[in-house]
Design a binder for this molecule. Structure first.
Ligand code: KG4
Ligand code: ZN
Length: 337
């Protein structure tokens, strides 16, 4: 009970996430999402997201405090996502965090969104083995990271050179006439299809890097569907969904395990919204078992953007005796890992 009570604020995309933790004990993880407002545009509209964060901030903090059964004045430290993400959206969270930090007289920790995605798994599976490899796949990022220690700097091994994995799911779903965000719909449709029905390209699969590329795959699916339609042939959506999905998760898991092998690491963590994908989980488990690697995937509510991940990393920084951020800390949309 002597561990500090940390409140985390996440506003890098469309989720206003407020998390409250004590050490690695989760007390609240409250989320207000503006996704419904974006759905009709087929993608997140930055200006709409910023405004929604502004409106949701105070009520979401109040709701999280009520869930945790604590008072604002009980909070010992504030952590906030400083980047990367949408500039205007980040700014709302960072400004709120500074105000609460100043008003309460408690330290402020500006944290990296990707490092927070890694840290959150500890709420579910306990301390992270170090080092570990983390594969972060969402609508905004696709990265392979080497994590020496949560309080040490995470090293980026590679990332997407074009679309993020979730973005590819969303764009292909659109081609197939499925709603936005399309990842869960493709996952569901794919269950009824065959992953080997169409041989779609696996970008950069054996190029010797830990980078990804999904835009060629997305285009290949669109061209394949167009060609079928032009020749009057029908499209079996589940087969196309399953074959596309197989191409994505084949590359993701293959590169993640290559990274484990190269760095002699025996623990793989998968996070981000795409970690909810059932085929990704199954293939990752299969390949990890074969390679003698332990797999950790947090439950879906901790995989997608949330405030608990920010609070968890903040809590680790406090515990490691890391100096807090200054009140001048900027919101940095392209903050490097
Ligand atoms: O982490 P997240 O909630 O937000 C960020 O983008 O940061 O991730 C959302 C992304 C969307 O692209 C969505 O389509 C994808 O995660 N996603 C999935 C699944 N569930 C969510 N992709 C594939 N299969 C799923 N089951
Ligand atoms: Zn994220």
């Amino acid at each position: 009970a002597d561990e500090p009570l940390v409140l985390g604020i996440e506003t890098s995309c469309d989720e206003t996430g407020i998390g409250i933790v004590r050490g690695h004990t989760l007390l609240a993880n409250t989320i207000a999402s503006s996704m419904e407002e974006h759905a009709r545009f087929g993608g997140v509209v930055p200006e709409v997201a910023s405004r929604a964060h502004l409106e949701a901030m105070t009520p979401t903090i109040e709701s999280a405090l009520a869930t945790a059964g604590v008072k604002l004045t009980d909070i010992d430290a504030i952590a906030v996502t400083a980047g990367p993400g949408l500039a205007g959206a980040l700014l709302v969270g960072v400004a709120a965090a500074k105000a609460y930090s100043l008003g309460l007289g408690v330290p402020l920790y500006g944290v990296n969104h990707l490092a927070a995605h890694v840290a959150v798994d500890q709420l579910e599976h306990g301390p992270l083995p170090k080092p570990c490899i983390a594969l972060l796949v969402s609508g905004g990022h696709s990265s392979l990271l080497l994590v020496p220690d949560v309080s040490e700097d995470v090293i980026s091994l590679g990332s997407t050179v074009d679309d993020a994995a979730g973005e590819a799911f969303d764009k292909v779903a659109r081609v197939l006439g499925l709603p936005f965000p399309g990842g869960p719909h493709i996952d569901k449709a794919a269950v009824q299809g065959s992953g080997t029905a169409v041989a779609f390209p696996r970008g950069k699969i054996d190029d010797g890097t830990f980078d990804f590329s999904f835009s060629g795959l997305k285009t290949a699916v669109a061209r394949w569907v167009e060609a079928r339609e032009a020749s009057g042939q029908s499209i079996h959506v589940p087969d196309v969904a399953a074959s596309f999905q197989e191409a994505v998760v084949d590359v993701l898991t293959r590169k993640a395990l290559q990274a484990c092998k190269k760095y002699g690491v025996h623990d793989l963590l998968i996070g981000g919204g795409v970690a909810a994908n059932s085929r990704l989980r199954a293939l990752a488990q299969e390949r990890c078992d074969k390679a003698g690697v332990r797999l950790r995937v947090p439950r879906p509510g901790l995989c997608t953007d949330n405030g608990a991940m920010v609070a968890t990393l903040g809590s680790d920084l406090v515990a490691a005796g890391i100096a807090p951020s200054s009140l001048e800390i900027p919101a940095d949309s392209s903050l490097p890992i």
